[in-house]
Design a protein around this ligand. Structure first.
Ligand SMILES: *[C@@H]1O[C@H](CO)[C@@H](O)[C@H](O)[C@H]1NC(C)=O
Length: 514
């Protein structure tokens, strides 16, 4: 009865957008020590919402946030003092930039647990009720997870490898891999390529190159621990940074919860200077150009930089360009700035197009605030996101190597002047906001659920226990073949005997007649 009342209350609370107060206040450790700022941006809304409910949140990352927030303790390790990598150098990488980690991760794993703040957290790990782990390239924190409850966050939305670990193998006939997506429906060639990429990339990461290197070092430091990938299998839940309204509808397990775009929020007023620059552009509107925190403008090869400056010079719009560094010969209609309140700009009525590297968070923000996109993907999931932008009609993308003044001017003119892009993105924006509870509330509910139910084993799919041979039923298929062969031989045998009987009977009749 009490349980039923509780469930009722919880349901009512969710519909009205207010969760019940938590049963108790918990200590939660969020682990994202290898990440760009954007990964941290996925964690922060959840961290703040949990902190608001009285839980004590500790976050291990490499990017401190500037503000103090009650109940949130930020721990940053000292392993990255160098500049962020120049991802333009990885544009031609065979696996979309992931090769970077072949050198980066082994360095991290050598030093992570020697870092005093990390060592301290590791020694205190039994204090925490739950760990929330960034799945993407953070296998090195798995030692924390031994004999503990933990959930994972899929910062890049869909990760077919992680889904497979939970027991849900996505079908490569229509689910994109991490790096690329294709026009829909996939042709036979695209399905072939997609299947190959999914298999090769998973094996490259987990079995051949990356994880084995980390495993070696971790085994040396923690000889008593089970293998990293064994520890990973004990995850309770995945919070996926995706939603079917801004992605594709997927068959999901109860342990896979879509909480995409937790960081999207209504606009705040712009700083005066930006506001008057944007409003002052009049009816021509404004182009917003930002390649994100990771792929800095100052890394942009000179020939691209110049071609953009020339193209902007020819356009009637004003441009807000986030660029870190000095720029010469900037046209009058271009404002260069090294800091921007991105969501507040995207929400402004007079901003007509967002030129982006197609990071997932920026793409989500642009859809939320209904500003059409012009993509220039650089690496990893940016290629996948750019194809999503084209497939869903909320913008288009260009390839860096094909950039000319004309190509840029034509693409911008098309997106600003053809109403279909704005119509499509307005519709998507509405769809994305049409949810029973906010994605953050949903994430809070499921996080507390896993704590309340001590790891929530009821969520585990039996599929997660199976080996590949069992899951793909290779053994059963083999047995079926055996059965067919067996039946075939038996039938043949019997028929032979029967035939032999009939013929010998015929023979003896013939003989008698003679
Ligand atoms: C698996 O998770 C449960 C709770 O979620 C925990 O109690 C158990 O110790 C974990 N097992 C291992 C081997 O880490």
């Amino acid at each position: 009865m009490l349980a039923a009342t509780y469930v009722m209350l919880a349901v009512v609370a969710m519909v009205t957008g207010k969760l019940d107060p938590p049963e108790r206040h918990c200590k939660i450790l969020m682990l994202t020590p290898v990440s760009s700022q954007s990964h941290k941006n996925v964690f922060m809304p959840l961290a703040r919402a949990l902190a608001d409910r009285g839980h004590q949140i500790t976050i291990l990352s490499e990017n401190p946030t500037s503000s103090d927030y009650p109940n949130i303790i930020e721990v940053t390790h000292e392993l990255t003092s160098q500049e962020p990598p120049d991802m333009f150098e990885y544009m031609k990488d065979w696996n979309g930039g992931w090769t970077l980690f072949e050198t980066l991760l082994p360095d991290y794993v050598k030093n992570l647990y020697k870092d005093p703040s990390v060592k301290d957290l590791y020694e205190r790990r039994k204090e925490f009720d739950l760990f929330v782990v960034d799945h993407e390239f953070n296998e090195i924190v798995y030692p924390f997870l031994h004999e503990a409850s933990f959930i994972m966050v899929n910062t890049p939305g869909i990760d077919y490898r992680q889904s497979a670990v939970l027991g849900n193998v996505f079908n490569p006939a229509y689910v994109p891999n991490i790096n690329s997506d294709f026009p829909r429906p996939f042709s036979i060639w695209h399905r072939f390529i997609n299947t190959l990429i999914q298999i090769v990339f998973a094996i490259y990461w987990r079995n051949w190159v990356i994880v084995p290197q980390l495993q070696k070092e971790i085994s040396a430091q923690f000889p008593e621990l089970p293998p990293l990938l064994e520890l990973e299998r004990n995850m309770s839940l995945a919070l996926m940074n995706t939603h079917f309204s801004i992605g594709i509808p997927l068959p999901l397990l109860p342990s896979q919860v879509e909480v995409g775009a937790m960081h999207c929020r209504p606009a705040n007023p712009l700083p005066q200077e930006l506001e008057s620059w944007i409003t002052g552009a009049g009816s021509s509107g404004v182009i917003y150009f930002n390649l994100g925190s990771f792929s800095r403008g100052s890394y942009m090869p000179v020939q691209y930089r110049d071609v953009f400056l020339q193209a902007f010079r020819r356009l009637p719009q004003r441009v807000v360009w986030k660029y870190e560094g000095e720029l010469k010969n900037v046209p009058d209609n271009v404002m260069i700035t090294n800091w921007v309140p991105q969501q507040d700009i995207l929400a402004h009525n007079n901003v007509k197009v967002f030129i982006t590297h197609c990071g997932l968070l920026g793409t989500q923000e642009s859809i939320y605030h209904a500003t059409p996109l012009l993509g220039l993907p650089i690496f990893a999931d940016q290629n996948r996101n750019s194809m999503f932008i084209r497939n869903s009609g909320v913008g288009d993308f260009l390839l860096w190597e094909e950039l000319t003044e004309d190509v840029i001017v034509n693409a911008i003119n098309d997106i600003i002047n053809n109403p279909k892009y704005k119509d499509n993105i307005l519709r998507k924006s509405k769809l994305m906001r049409d949810q029973p509870v906010s994605p953050t509330e949903l994430a809070v509910f499921w996080t507390e659920y896993v704590i309340r139910h001590k790891g929530a084993p009821q969520l585990r799919s039996p599929a997660a226990q199976l080996s590949w041979v069992e899951f793909l039923m290779l053994d059963v298929i083999f047995l079926l073949h055996l059965t067919v062969f067996f039946l075939y031989f038996i039938t043949r045998r019997i028929l032979r005997v029967i035939y032999a009987k009939i013929f010998s009977a015929n023979d003896s009749i013939k003989k008698k007649r003679e």
